[in-house]
Design a protein around this ligand. Structure first.
Ligand code: NAD
Length: 260
């Protein structure tokens, strides 16, 4: 589906899943905004997209800061004319059993995953409403929006929360053509997951190979990791699907780990 003439902002797009989402949306014709805490890496991604013939800019954005989010969305609209697609993707992982989970880490996790989703939605949807062209908001959920795993109290709580937010935004935005959906990947080899493998091995007292085989991929149908391309294609499909037939949904991309 063509995204020609659309403007898409992706948070956390300087790395991993967000980066590939931005590349895919640009390939499909959108002008993309690489919004990230790490401006240097965001600029590299934007430069690479431009070198491949796409349209991209980088903006510095800490999704937990209302002022930074509002400034980034304003910059988007003033430089590119609108915002039609928001991919709220920025995220981190902190694993620990709940009795050792620092309250400060819990708050940090909820701030990045949930405050970030709320603040970017609030800032972007106003422009979508004002332009009167509708829009598509996509939250990066996870299989952990539906399932629980040990050591991930804050992550599982936050990812479940995104389902509720998407459903409310779908209802509020529906009459004005704004759709909201959640994409829920299984494990994808990105820096976020690479960091977790030794941490989980230590916390669970098993080897790193066992973490991959028996924790991360155990429930998949084929023992395979999901790829950034799998997730990005799903995001681009939802971005270009211009009917409220698909809104308020979660789409699980996980090699069958979770079936709904
Ligand atoms: P990643 O570590 O490769 O990239 C995350 C990006 O988010 C980084 O560029 C980082 O700078 C940015 N970021 C972190 N905090 C930020 C903040 N406060 N403001 C703006 N940007 C910030 O991670 P990833 O694996 O690509 O994860 C992206 C999203 O996908 C996350 O929401 C994650 O929970 C979700 N997810 C990942 C997996 C997986 O297996 N990798 C599976 C399911 C869901």
């Amino acid at each position: 589906m063509s995204l020609q003439g659309k403007v898409a902002l992706v948070t956390g797009a300087a790395s991993g899943i967000g980066e590939q989402c931005a590349r895919q949306l640009a390939q499909d014709g959108a002008a993309v905004v690489i919004a990230d805490l790490n401006l240097q890496n965001a600029q590299k991604v934007a430069d690479a997209i431009v070198a491949e013939g796409g349209k991209a800019i980088a903006v510095s954005m800490d999704v937990t800061s209302e002022a930074a989010v509002n400034a980034g969305i304003e910059e988007t609209v003033s430089k590119l004319g609108s915002i039609d697609v928001l991919v709220s993707n920025a995220g981190i992982q902190i694993v620990n059993p709940i009795e050792d989970y620092e309250f400060s880490d819990w708050k940090k996790m909820l701030a990045i995953h949930l405050d970030g989703a709320f603040l970017t939605t609030k800032a972007a949807i106003r422009h979508m409403y004002a332009a009167g062209k509708g829009g598509s908001i996509i939250y990066m959920g996870s299989v952990h929006s539906h399932e629980a795993s040990k050591l991930k109290s804050a992550y599982v709580t936050a990812k479940h929360g995104l389902l509720g937010l998407a459903r409310v935004v779908a209802k509020e935005g529906g009459p004005r053509g704004v759709r909201a959906n959640v994409v829920c990947p299984g494990f994808v080899r990105t820096p976020l997951v690479d960091k977790q493998i030794p941490e989980q091995a230590k916390a669970l007292g098993i080897s790193e190979a066992e973490v991959v085989k028996n924790v991360m991929l155990k429930e998949t149908v084929d023992g395979e990791f999901t790829t950034v391309a799998d997730v990005a294609r799903t995001v681009a499909f939802l971005a270009g699907f211009e009917s409220a037939a698909l809104t308020g949904q979660s789409v699980v991309v996980s090699h069958g780990w979770f079936m709904q």
